[in-house]
Design a protein around this ligand. Structure first.
Ligand SMILES: NC(=O)c1ccc[n+]([C@@H]2O[C@H](COP(=O)([O-])OP(=O)(O)OC[C@H]3O[C@@H](n4cnc5c(N)ncnc54)[C@H](O)[C@@H]3O)[C@@H](O)[C@H]2O)c1
Length: 259
């Protein structure tokens, strides 16, 4: 079964690490599941031990492992790449998806809060890029890095000063990494998701339908994104279909940032 999947998929023969995959409703798990369906071997990580619960949600025959990892800790990145290499041989794809947000006006926010968001989102992605580039150069196989930013890193959104700063930083980091590694067969690209159906958004829909409608009215396509909308973009960027694409960014936002 695993072999059949591996021979037919768009990621056949590739090994991927996907961070931030503990939530069944999140973008990381949706991406990891699609990657596995497309033939990749997947190492799914998260700071939460619940990441191991996700293993049973993968299709039969998937090659998948789960482990705890704090993306802010360089030693955890080393352990993650070591584990992926030991289990699957090498690493061809990294999806830097783990992220957090904290919302408050800037004059009411502590610097500690700012730092925790930037250290997780931007610092974690920086460390991921560093160790992916090392691994992909070492293997000589090249590879693809997909960084998950946000429309909040493209346009300003109130009360998201650390989140927006971190996501804007990820967009620039992606381009720098792309330039530094273009000669090594490594590609690095960004996805900027719009507002995606998630555990965070669903309560707004239930408790405040009016606020939810205002949210929808701001999206040209008139609906929220689904995790699989983001996963499909990640699949494209991770696959050889995107072999000439590096340093680019794809907005998957129903047209939000086209306005
Ligand atoms: N949902 C949206 O509307 C939306 C929009 C734009 C961008 N994004 C981005 O997409 C990514 C996934 O978001 P999501 O909506 O699936 O949220 P989510 O909360 O379900 O997923 C994020 C995961 O990251 C993990 N995480 C947090 N800190 C970590 C750390 N230090 N080390 C390792 N893991 C850590 C969390 O435990 C969580 O499982 C995030 O980077 C987020 O900023 C989401």
């Amino acid at each position: 079964m695993a072999e059949q999947t591996a021979q037919s998929g768009r990621l056949a023969g590739k090994v991927a690490i996907v961070t931030g995959g503990a939530s069944a409703a999140g973008l990381g798990f949706a991406t990891a599941k699609l990657f596995a369906q497309e033939g990749a071997a997947v190492m799914l990580t998260d700071i939460s031990p619940a990441v191991k619960d996700r293993l049973e949600d993968f299709p039969d025959g998937s090659q998948v492992e789960a482990m705890q990892q704090n993306v802010q800790e360089e030693s955890d990145w080393i352990a993650t790449f070591d584990a992926a290499r030991a289990r699957f041989g090498s690493v061809d794809v990294l999806v830097n998806n783990a992220g957090i947000t904290r919302r408050d006006p800037i004059d009411e926010m502590s610097f500690e809060t700012y730092r925790s968001v930037v250290d997780t989102n931007l610092g974690g992605t920086w460390l991921g890029c560093k160790h992916a580039v090392r691994e992909m150069k070492r293997s000589g196989r090249g590879g693809a890095i997909v960084n998950i930013a946000s429309i909040s890193g493209v346009v300003g959104m109130r009360y998201s000063s650390p989140y927006g700063s971190s996501k804007g930083g990820i967009r620039t980091l992606t381009k720098v990494v792309a330039l530094e590694t273009a000669q090594d067969g490594i590609r690095c690209n960004t996805i900027c998701p719009g507002i995606v159906h998630s555990d965070i958004v669903s309560p707004v829909q239930e408790k405040n339908p009016q606020a939810f409608q205002v949210l929808l009215d701001g999206i040209p396509m008139g609906r929220l994104g689904e995790p699989n909308d983001i996963a499909q973009a990640a699949l494209y960027l991770a696959s050889d279909d995107a072999r000439y694409v590096t340093g680019a960014e794809i907005a998957v936002d129903g047209g939000y940032t086209a306005q």
